[in-house]
Design a protein around this ligand. Structure first.
Ligand code: SAM
Length: 235
């Protein structure tokens, strides 16, 4: 899978893309990332990419022409001619969920457009397919949100996680009905009086499965009642 990231700060992605699972995904060829700055398409001697807002107000707004030139240049030299599905990173977008990651990870190429300053000239919206928000808060720029999207998508790609079940049986995944994951434990069996539940140690897989299902339901109802749907309702 390929990600094209439009960012004024491509250097932020260096350690992210070379460390741990992301580094391995890049090395194996499962993940390709192209970083391109709208600054390359900036205006004048200073390569300006922002300007003051029409109608007045504080801060600067990212120019639509520089952004669209950047997106079109990515299309023009796209590997194998595969044009990316364009996603605008914005606190005004649809909340990013596991379902969003699953859907994006099936695409061959996705571009993530990161804003800065006061955000984008609204006309850029006509040039994207989707708008995504990391959550109901405002970041300084779209880069951290874009990294979250890349991370959540890449771990779903075949062969990226050592154990494919890790990606399918965890919180918010369809295999767990969109619920939170059951509690997990490892050694030591006792820590400061807190013991690993006996059921996990008795080797009876049917009991373990039943316990995990019940714990996932209990935990979800307690922590995220908004995720609990009436029985048989599709998620
Ligand atoms: N003035 C904009 C607004 O109220 O919608 C916010 C601009 S924000 C300071 C600068 C940039 O950070 C945005 O253009 C966007 O790319 C990114 N950003 C901020 N919060 C975000 C979020 N919750 N999800 C995704 N991107 C976000």
């Amino acid at each position: 899978m390929r990600f094209d990231v439009v960012t004024l700060f491509p250097e932020l992605f260096g350690p992210f893309l070379s460390t741990g699972m992301m580094g391995r995904a890049v090395a194996s060829g499962a993940l390709t990332v192209r970083l391109r700055s709208p600054r390359e398409f900036g205006i004048g001697r200073h390569r300006s990419v922002d300007d003051t807002p029409y109608g007045g107000g504080s801060g600067m707004v990212m120019r639509v022409d520089c952004l669209v030139d950047c997106l079109e240049s990515l299309d023009a030299d796209a590997p194998e001619g595969v044009r990316a599905h364009r996603v605008l990173m914005t606190p005004q977008g649809a909340p990013f969920r596991q379902a969003t990651a699953i859907a994006l990870s099936t695409r061959p190429a996705v571009s993530l457009i990161c804003g800065r300053y006061e955000g984008f000239d609204d006309r850029v919206r006509a040039f994207v397919e989707e708008e995504v928000s990391l959550g109901d808060f405002v970041l300084t720029g779209g880069e951290v949100a874009a990294m979250a999207v890349v991370d959540a998508c890449v771990r779903l790609l075949p062969g990226v996680l050592g154990n494919a079940e890790s990606a399918t049986h965890e919180s918010h995944s369809p295999a767990l009905g969109g619920q939170l994951e059951y509690p997990q434990y490892t050694r030591p069996v006792e820590f400061r009086g807190a013991r690993v539940p006996d059921v996990l140690q008795n080797g009876n897989h049917a009991h373990i499965e039943a316990w995990r299902r019940a714990e996932a339901e209990r935990r979800t109802a307690e922590r995220r009642p908004d995720l609990v749907l009436p029985r048989n309702e599709p998620r």
